[in-house]
Ligand binder design. Structure first.
Ligand code: NOJ
Ligand code: CA
Length: 690
């Protein structure tokens, strides 16, 4: 830990700047570097500049080469002058942290938090002298920065209508971007676009960019609390600017003292390095506020679910009703027989019978349908070591749900339900907020300030009942699982359900895309493992069997579904064995290889045994990948149980179902050759000696 304080007042010269402007001279050229900080291993360097007009900006280099060039900082306010020009540096302070903390569950047991911090204190040179601190935390594989506004005389309540925050990518002509658009009707469940950086419009984060020299960069945010989500708009070649998700009042409402969420820039030499750099997002969040959360058990689950998406069952009561006592018992029996802890039941409560998509104001979260015996099933499940997983679909009548939430969680708690899947099905911008019963209904965005706060109200109320939350149609993940470790997973991308519906099904590149984009932000309830490889009306799911298995290792979630129907698993018991074996909680994780949207190989060590697991998958192209097994414990012989594509496997027609199993002994000194079919994959369990 080193601390150094050096006040460095720098009087801005508005008159000179105005003269320069009149003379048409570029102001940026006259900016002065007023502060700098390097990452602990001196890989990254952040420099902070102030222009003659007092405009604050920052730059980032990696190994001496610019990655982010002159990028503005500041906030756009609804009332009064913008928090933008005429700032002067008042103070700067550097410090460092190197600590390791333990996750209650996760991709790895421990996380190293190793950064150098630069705290810059600015004040306006004009009459108001408003103060704005910008704090940078610089890791070897990324940067986080945020604005902090101390309590002060001339800044109290503010409405933030936008940010001047920029991310200017060096060498934009050679940069390629992977992104989904923000501000459209669909929230985050979109196919990723691969474009040049200059063809990005308004994007959600994480957005991933590869520079011409192979450097990989991802922009996102950490600790999105009481603020609107950040979108990024391309405003000039290479220049992305923060746009805040709209709010009903037209601004993010804050009162000093306050801080913004952290704006994050992950930077790595390649795609696997980018995946590994995501710990930065967790590190920028506050430590666990819930204390002991050992009541949450990472586990796999089955569900009364896929049938509804195939349309062979229904959420509403009637001849096709899925959530009947009888059918749920069958799924519980299957779960118990094959060692699954959870059984999700959707459509168990009243309100689904009408047009639920259009009206969430009829859902009752404490009233089961007449053909669903909640206490009876909870007892039946318990006797077999199975736990029901609850479901609260709000259809976006969010205030109405909040009013019922306490009783709804109490009911589930009484019945031994310790994980609840929530849902927010409606178009973007259609979250329904009603502050008073019978009051006006106000529409908010899924990632607005109000809805960000809503999610935390849910998570905290659920924690009081020892219930974990898995949100669908959620707000994006910004690492809050560190602070609230019962916020265990979420959707927030195109999951398996699109393979049931078509429109269109997920393309072969989808998972290799997700892992280096959406998954950078945290766990996803993708709901893998549909071994029948068939959606509604015979629609082909565009993967092989082995790739469905690989998803369990590649796409991390501490609640991991086996999404297919029990009767379909019964037809694929050989492949199903891997789904039975694979854990949902890990001691260590390594991305071994990969390219965004092309392929990836991930290995993870089980948290509760010495076994390792490997998942590798590819897009529509076949690949042969050599993988060194040096992650295994040296000197130990493992039995590698291999589930792989056959020579004639592929993602179309009958080829999808071709797969092979093989077992052989391996050690850390071996290299395996993974042969992946078009749209295929491979899954391996490395069993350590018992
Ligand atoms: C969309 C969710 O993603 C899906 O899993 C769920 O079954 C439906 N909404 C109904 O809540
Ligand atoms: Ca969904």
């Amino acid at each position: 830990m080193n601390t150094q304080t050096s006040p460095k007042p720098r009087p801005a010269t508005p008159l000179l700047a105005a003269l320069l402007l009149c003379a048409g001279m570029p102001l940026a050229a006259h900016a002065e570097t007023v502060a700098a900080v390097e990452s602990p291993g001196k890989v990254l360097k952040v420099e902070v500049d102030v222009s003659p007009q007092g405009r604050v900006s920052y730059r980032v280099q990696r190994n001496g080469k610019p990655v982010i060039t002159d990028s503005a900082l500041g906030l756009r306010l609804r009332d009064g002058a913008q928090l933008y020009p005429w700032f002067a540096l008042q103070s700067q302070k550097t410090s460092g942290v190197d600590e390791t903390w333990e996750q209650p569950w996760g991709e790895s047991r421990t996380v190293r938090n190793h950064y150098n911090e630069l705290r810059t204190g600015f004040a306006e040179t004009g009459r108001d002298k408003r103060r704005m601190d910008v704090v940078f935390r610089v890791f070897d594989d990324g940067v986080g920065f945020r604005y902090e506004f101390p309590k002060q005389p001339n800044l109290d309540k503010v409405g933030i209508i936008g940010e001047f925050t920029e991310f200017t990518i060096a060498d934009p002509e050679s940069a390629k971007a992977w992104w989904i658009p923000a501000g459209e009707w669909n929230r985050y469940e979109q196919l990723y676009r691969t474009t040049s950086l200059d063809n990005v419009g308004i994007a959600h984060t994480p957005i991933t960019v590869r520079l011409g020299d192979g450097t990989h960069v991802a922009f996102h945010e950490a600790a999105l609390v009481d603020y609107s989500g950040m979108w990024l708009q391309r405003i000039d070649s290479g220049k992305l600017r923060a746009v805040l998700s709209p709010t009903s009042s037209g601004a993010v409402e804050k009162q000093a003292p306050f801080t913004t969420p952290w704006r994050t820039i992950q930077i790595a030499g390649d795609a696997p390095g980018l995946y590994q750099s995501s710990n930065l997002i967790l590190n920028l969040n506050e430590p666990n506020k819930l204390g002991d959360v050992s009541w949450f058990k990472p586990a796999k689950y089955l569900g009364v679910w896929w049938g509804m998406h195939l349309d062979t069952q229904s959420w509403g009561v009637g001849p096709k009703h899925g959530a009947t006592t009888e059918y749920t018992k069958q799924v519980i029996d299957f779960a118990a027989e094959h060692g699954f802890r959870g059984v999700l039941v959707e459509g168990w409560n009243t309100g689904w019978d009408q047009d639920w998509f259009a009206n969430g104001w009829v859902f009752d979260f404490t009233k089961a349908t007449p053909d669903f015996d909640l206490p009876g099933l909870a007892a039946y499940a318990k006797a077999k070591g199975v736990h029901l997983i609850g479901h609260h679909e709000t259809a976006c009548a969010v205030s109405f749900y909040e009013r019922q939430m306490k009783d709804a969680f109490a009911l589930y708690e009484k019945n031994g339900v310790d994980v609840v899947k929530t849902g927010y099905v409606c178009d973007a911008g259609q979250i329904e907020r009603q502050d008073k019963v019978n009051g006006a209904v106000i529409r908010e965005w899924h990632d607005s300030q109000w809805n960000a706060n809503h999610h935390l109200r849910v998570v905290q109320e659920a924690a009081r009942h020892h219930i974990a939350i898995n949100a669908h149609e959620p707000i994006k993940d910004t690492g809050l699982r560190r602070t609230y470790p019962n916020w265990v997973s979420r959707e927030g991308a195109r999951g398996m359900e699109y393979n049931a519906w078509g429109e269109p099904p997920n393309p072969p590149e989808h998972e290799a895309m997700l892992v280096f984009t959406r998954m950078l932000s945290g766990p996803m309830d993708f709901t893998p493992g549909v071994l029948s490889l068939t959606g509604k009306n015979g629609l082909e799911i565009q993967t092989t069997i082995a790739k469905q298995l690989a998803q369990y290792v590649v796409l991390y979630s501490p609640v991991q579904m086996a999404a297919d129907l029990p009767e379909n698993y019964a037809k694929h018991m050989d492949a199903f064995q891997f789904i039975k074996d694979v854990p949902a909680d890990w001691d260590a994780t390594r991305a071994l290889n990969g390219e965004v949207g092309d392929y990836v190989t991930m290995v993870r060590k089980d948290r509760n045994s010495a076994d390792w697991y490997l998942g590798s998958l590819t897009d529509e192209h076949p690949r042969t990948l050599k993988v060194k097994l040096d992650f295994l414990e040296p000197g130990t012989t493992y039995q590698a149980q291999i589930y792989r594509d056959a020579r004639d496997s592929g993602w179309k027609g009958e080829q999808r179902f071709k797969f092979e199993r093989e077992s052989r002994d391996v050690t850390a000194g071996d290299t395996l050759t993974l042969r992946l079919a078009p749209g295929g994959g491979q899954a391996i369990r490395f069993v350590a000696p018992r």
